[in-house]
Write a protein that binds this ligand. Structure first.
Ligand SMILES: Cc1ncc(COP(=O)(O)O)c(C=O)c1O
Length: 381
């Protein structure tokens, strides 16, 4: 069996996504391919949560379409379905919903509304691979779904992503569109192999901040392959060589990673439980129990006061806190007009983006993190 089919088979063995899978250099490229397959074009509107990564609206804007943002619910960190109807117009062609941090979105309510308007839903499962909603896998509810296998995603191929669609017309459109995928260059995949090896052997709580700092710095100057290119964070012009396929290096790594994915998922859920118990005991904001069963706990969001200082203290204590999403369209802090969004119009998303930090769930030592939280409990909301 080809490497590509082995990887695809491994993916489907974890979540019954029993439909053809399409592989890409990054998850965002998969989204872009999907938007093209749905024939999204100038003046079309695509609805999405106002709490996401900037590369999501980018893919919409690259096609000349308009991103229409919706505020989130404070407990699920996902699109508030109550606001959906009001955002739908005659120009609405698609709705994108998300599994922020692995939390399920209220997909049934969203589907009820989308069906009544005959608007297809794409699930952004970049955080949600391995999670379920009402015992059905994330990514199996909408018309199509896309996933990410970037560094800090449910399982990692360095960078990477894939999509699945349940719509035969979209499948055949994708087959045509994918004929123009660019093949990753040898130097790119060689560099990715080196980065994957470095991460494997040097990744630890102690080295984490140094590694991230160097990675971000070098990737800014295109000296290593970054998750995002400078262009993607400065304006909404499509970068050169954007539409790239997945390399065999990524597929090979994906197969290795998926071998131990179930154990990782178990660890994430267990740590999620540990954090919830702790936060509940201290009467602090936590992921409600009712949302636990389905959560894949990619990471665990908490809300803090004086975040910059809280992060500084964490760095000193070698606690790997995540800083996403630190903006309504992470990591953008200025020039929001390029992405057609005003953070002030989305009070929940704006508030959370200013107060959230995420706790790692892929740790064997949650007690170290609890100790840190206990010591700094005054910062927690
Ligand atoms: C919510 C969300 N959607 C899409 C993406 C894009 O995934 P990728 O980095 O694989 O392109 C990300 C990346 O972090 C994300 O957080």
């Amino acid at each position: 069996m080809s490497l590509e089919n082995q990887f695809k088979q491994k993916i489907t063995s974890y979540t019954p996504l029993d439909q053809p899978i399409f592989l890409y250099w990054k998850g965002r490229v998969g989204l872009y391919a999907l938007l093209k397959a749905y024939k999204i074009r100038a003046n079309d509107e695509v609805i999405l949560p106002a709490y996401t990564c900037v590369v999501v609206p980018n893919a919409i804007i690259y096609l000349g379409a308009k991103p229409v943002y919706i505020d989130i619910e404070k407990n699920t960190y996902n699109m508030d379905p109550k606001l959906l109807k009001k955002a739908i117009t005659d120009q609405t062609k698609l709705i994108i919903c998300q599994n922020t941090y692995g939390l399920s979105t209220n997909i049934e309510e969203i589907l009820n509304i989308s069906k009544s308007y005959s608007i297809p839903v794409i699930e952004d499962c970049t955080h949600g691979f391995g999670g379920t909603y009402n015992e059905k896998p994330n990514g199996s509810f909408g018309d199509s779904a896309f996933f990410s296998t970037q560094w800090n995603k449910p399982f990692s191929t360095g960078i990477g992503g894939f999509i699945v669609t349940y719509n035969p017309l979209i499948q055949s459109n994708l087959e045509e569109i994918n004929k123009s995928l660019i093949k990753p260059r040898f130097m790119e995949t060689a560099m990715l192999s080196v980065l994957i090896t470095i991460r494997k052997y040097l990744f630890s709580d102690k080295f984490y901040f140094k590694l991230v700092k160097w990675y971000r710095l070098l990737s800014q100057y295109h000296l290593v392959i970054g998750s995002s290119q400078k262009d993607e964070l400065q304006n909404s012009q499509i970068p050169k060589d954007y539409f790239k396929g997945m390399s065999s290096t990524q597929m090979r790594e994906g197969i290795v990673q998926l071998d131990t994915f179930k154990d990782l998922l178990r660890m994430r859920k267990k740590n999620g439980d540990v954090y919830t118990n702790f936060l509940k005991k201290h009467d602090k904001a936590h992921v409600p129990r009712s949302l636990h069963k389905d959560h894949s706990f990619l990471c665990y969001p908490i809300l803090v006061e004086n975040r910059a200082h809280f992060q500084k203290l964490a760095k000193k204590a070698h606690i790997r806190l995540g800083d996403w999403f630190n903006s309504v369209i992470h990591p953008i802090q200025h020039n929001f007009h390029h992405w057609q969004i005003d953070p002030n119009s989305f009070p929940n998303a704006d508030y959370i983006s200013k107060h959230v930090v995420t706790l790692p769930t892929d740790t064997k030592h949650p007690e170290k993190i609890l100790k840190y939280l206990e010591k700094n409990i005054a910062y927690l909301k």
